[in-house]
Design a protein around this ligand. Sequence first.
Ligand code: ADP
Length: 444
Amino acid sequence: MINKLLIANRGEIALRILRAAKELKIPTVAAYSEADKDLMHVKMADESICIGPADSSQSYLNIPAIISAMELSGADGVHPGYGFLSENPDFADKVEKSGFDFVGPPGSVIRMMGNKVSAKEFALKSGLPIVPGSSGPIDENVHEEAEKIGYPVIIKAASGGGGRGMKIVYNPEELDGAIELTQQESAAAFGDSTVYLEKFLESPRHIEVQVIADRHGNVLHLGDRDCSLQRRHQKVIEEAPAMGIKEEKRQEIYAQCIEACRQLNYVSAGTFEFLYEDDNFYFIEMNTRIQVEHPVTESVTGLDLVKLQLRIARDEELKIKQEDIVLDGHAIECRINAENSETFMPSPGKILEYHAPGGIGVRMDSHLYKDYVVPPYYDSLIAKVICRANDREDARARLERALDEMYVLGIDTNLDMHRKLINDPNFINGTFNINYLENLNKEK
Ligand code: ADP
């Protein structure tokens, strides 16, 4: 039962969580770093508490500081948002051991899904389709396995994340070198040198399935999203539902995701991520948290996912049934970053002028305001513009109109890139895969 919620995150997602808590009349405590005292949600929360210096290792990633903040403020629940501690199983365990509620699944589930090898092993066992590859960490049979699945292959770090710890191998001569390099990089970045082998899919789309489950055995899927437009494995534009997937395939993958949740005793919101090629889904990982792109799903289902997470953490039962969930229309989200549009370098600084778009079908998730100073220490996401309409083309036209209305002066943003991208004929026609944006940048 959460009677007071600590928000252990920052920026737009902290504001998003605050809004959901307010609607449920749950008092909030904003946990913020020394660099973040002027964040909008810190001003809006019932209480706020500084948890350490700007460096996130000493604040947003500092487990003892966050637990102390809960004790000091009397908060009995914590929402980790995305990033930071949201997928740290030790944090989830510590919260529960301290007698508080963690808004998310149990630490044991986060731990299993956080390791790509154990996640894949689970996926295989539960009946999800996986990318062909080594059944566990690579061993002395790796050359044989690579021949069997066929080149190109990809070497991936079991503990990798954020698009790091991967190497594509096109021929047998490169295999040993690539393995060694990935092992070294992974040991340095993630403290674990375990790597595994997968078939490299050359032109898949990234499709993911949103699920939500309560503590009473109810599991629902909330449809899918296409997040193929990526730069350096970071999503740039997302939409719901994904285009052009056969209804039968769709229902089959939903049923498999629900079955996997049941076997996991999954609780809270979660996302199964797949690569999708030639009508086939291939599981790559599960995110055991709310995702940046959740608003597109909210826009087509009419559900508030963060509110549902909070209700679930309060032990409430989901009131909706699968048949009540009707996907209505189409939604597209653009991630607006404070960055230089040519170099992609972060562009922190003071917001001199700001206008947020509005009107029918436009949702703006942003913590920006005039005179706010974007600090240099964190992720450069400053706003998400989400448009919903009855069909994809109307949603796209609405987005074009909304992006035109928006302006941010004082820092560089990727607004122009988005304006161009949503007018790109391949975006308009939906003919793109995960390599599209990267190739487009190379052509420049
Ligand atoms: P991370 O946890 O770092 O996000 P993922 O396993 O989710 O790692 O992969 C991130 C991205 O890397 C995918 O969205 C896709 O673009 C690419 N990728 C991963 N595995 C493969 C594969 N087997 N074939 C082709 N691309 C892949």
